[in-house]
Design a protein around this ligand. Sequence first.
Ligand SMILES: [Zn+2]
Length: 81
Amino acid sequence: MKPGIHPDYHEVTVHCACAATFKTRSTIKGNLLRVEICSSCHPFFTGTQKLVDTAGRVERFQRKYAKAAEAVKAAAEAKKK
Ligand SMILES: [Zn+2]
């Protein structure tokens, strides 16, 4: 290796917002890496829904479509009669 041009690649501890921790190697400064999501809490790996909400946008979306779903249901009921 050429001296003086390579970043310091060292062991770091990764702390996730879900309280999971694991070790990896990185070139970041310091030895602690904080992340919001990791492989033990990401919905892709858990199969459950987790909402990473930004200013209530998810809630607004759900409210909007709950209304639409109710309207569809009501229309179906009305058709039956
Ligand atoms: Zn996590």
